[in-house]
Write a protein that binds this ligand. Structure first.
Ligand code: ATP
Ligand code: MG
Ligand code: MG
Ligand code: MG
Length: 470
């Protein structure tokens, strides 16, 4: 059976709605209830207080298609983009949640029914993991669902490490709700590098994790003891792009409808001809995170969330140059993005002009130093004796040319080099020290522009011209 990404989203929400779940809209990428979290990175974020019992809602079961960004903080997949078939900076997580209502039996049955009956995935392609000591989940899979024992893999703790380092044990923080997970994997078949979960080759792209089901079963206290929760809960997450890859007969997420259209659009605006070029995937990935972050109120800046956004934009622009773009191109993808994201693009459509403007200005600004920075970096790499680029050069690229360190690293990595991150940090610290001694604040030429009543732009790097939109 073939399904579009939009059809999968609809089918998922509809399946869980029929099973008594409230369909809850995606929340913002900027978490409103958790200052410790850089960006929303899972469907459960917006329900955190429901799980903690601090918030009561009119429902005890919910389902959502949550926009997520994993480009910093605890989950950072930025470096994976373009290298694996399955990681994005921005993706949609489909999830179902039980707030002290159903638990393991129903959660596992729902997931299995959705995959094998609604999506009609062949059972023999699926395998599951459970946490080492979670006999209850093991027995549900083996006896109630009928998964063959060789396809149920117990995953333990990492050697010498505490439980939460296991892929199959989840916790909200050092204290609070925690518990075992069960994950469902799809085997994309021989010929693709990778091994079953729990083997040394598991990080390959053959067995791809599609769904994680977390059982919030315990409350961990500060002294490390774990007390069973009186009303255990369920939190699940399934990446829509990974499922779409399967439902559309492909392997890589970049083969799916949404990405193919973005990749074609990116090829058009950059002049690239080889649609398999890795940089096209990077650009197609990055336009999604950048556009949605701006929609959710993040603006390019030199710190915090804004700097993560700036870093992603600059990376995309660098890849665009590599593809042959000679002029600003990135903002031109916003329209296509708004078209392909369907019901997930309501806010993006409303704010399209603003998003384009922010991206365009950011690109024009970076374009002034990009070529000279690339020339300097190329020379430095050409004349490198060893394999590591020194921290001073990385710092100079940052300070004078506006190259975030991860961008420099991205270029270096393409040529088999690494960068001296510690040396870069030391150079940064030395600069901060100089600034402190000179009694300055770290200069900030931020300006705020108001267009049609909404604040849309805060200015530029201290190292760039203090360009301001007029
Ligand atoms: P992986 O091990 O593949 O990195 P994960 O264990 O980090 O995934 P979870 O935190 O369990 O992922 O998130 C739930 C689901 O969200 C995953 O099973 C996967 O389908 C999807 N997902 C996670 N990270 C990404 C990403 N960077 N891009 C696309 N989908 C993702
Ligand atoms: Mg991960
Ligand atoms: Mg995983
Ligand atoms: Mg997981």
């Amino acid at each position: 059976m073939h399904m579009t990404t939009a059809e999968i989203r609809e089918a998922f929400l509809e399946y869980f709605r029929k099973e008594g779940h409230e369909v809850v809209p995606s929340s913002s990428l900027v978490p409103h209830n958790d200052p410790t979290l850089l960006f929303t990175n899972a469907g459960m974020n917006q329900f955190k207080d429901c799980f903690l019992g601090a918030e009561q809602r009119s429902y005890v079961r919910a389902t959502s298609a949550q926009r997520c960004v994993r480009a910093g903080g605890k989950h950072n997949d930025l470096e994976n983009v373009g290298f694996t078939a399955r990681h994005h900076t921005f993706f949609e997580m489909l999830g179902n949640f039980s707030f002290g209502d159903y638990f393991k039996h129903d959660a596992i049955r729902y997931a299995w029914t959705f995959l094998t009956e609604v999506l009609q995935l062949p059972k023999e392609k699926l395998c599951v993991t459970v946490y080492q000591s979670d006999d209850e989940a093991y027995d549900i899979w083996a006896k109630e669902i009928g998964v063959a024992p060789e396809n149920i893999i117990r995953i333990g703790d990492k050697p010498g490490k505490p439980a939460y380092t296991s892929d199959n044990f989840w916790q909200m923080g050092d204290t609070g709700p925690c518990g075992p997970c069960t994950e469902i994997f799809y085997d994309h078949g021989e010929g693709i590098w990778g091994g079953r979960p729990g083997t040394p080759e598991e990080d390959g792209d053959r067995f791809i994790e599609i769904w994680n089901i977390v059982f919030m079963q315990f409350n961990r206290h500060a002294d490390g003891t774990m007390e069973p929760l009186p009303k255990p809960s369920v939190d699940t997450g399934m990446g829509i792009e990974r499922v779409a890859a399967i439902m559309q007969g492909g392997h890589s997420n970049y083969d799916i409808d949404v990405f193919q259209r973005l990749i074609k659009a990116a090829a058009e605006v950059t002049g690239a001809t080889d649609l398999d070029n890795k940089s096209l995937r990077v650009v197609a990935d990055h336009i999604r995170s950048c556009a949605y972050l701006i929609v959710d109120g993040v603006m390019p800046s030199n710190e915090g969330r804004g700097y993560v956004l700036r870093r992603i934009i600059r990376r995309a622009i660098r890849h665009g140059r590599k593809l042959g773009a000679t002029d600003t191109f990135f903002y031109k993808l916003v329209g296509e993005l708004a078209d392909v994201m369907g019901s997930a693009a309501v806010e993006l459509k409303q704010q399209q002009a603003m998003v384009e403007k922010v991206l365009k200005i950011e690109e024009e600004n970076f374009a002034r130093t990009l070529d000279r920075g690339i020339a300097l970096l190329t020379d430095a790499l050409d004349s490198l004796a060893g394999k590591e680029l020194d921290g001073e050069t990385v710092f100079k690229l940052y300070d004078t040319f506006g190259f975030p360190a991860d961008l420099t690293n991205d270029v270096a990595r393409e040529r088999g080099f690494t960068i001296d991150e510690a040396g870069f940090e030391a150079a940064m610290e030395a600069q901060r020290q100089r600034a402190r001694e000179a009694g300055q604040f770290s200069a900030d030429y931020s300006k705020v522009l108001t267009i049609e009543g909404s604040t849309i732009f805060t200015g530029y790097d201290r190292d760039q011209d203090s360009a301001v939109i007029q």
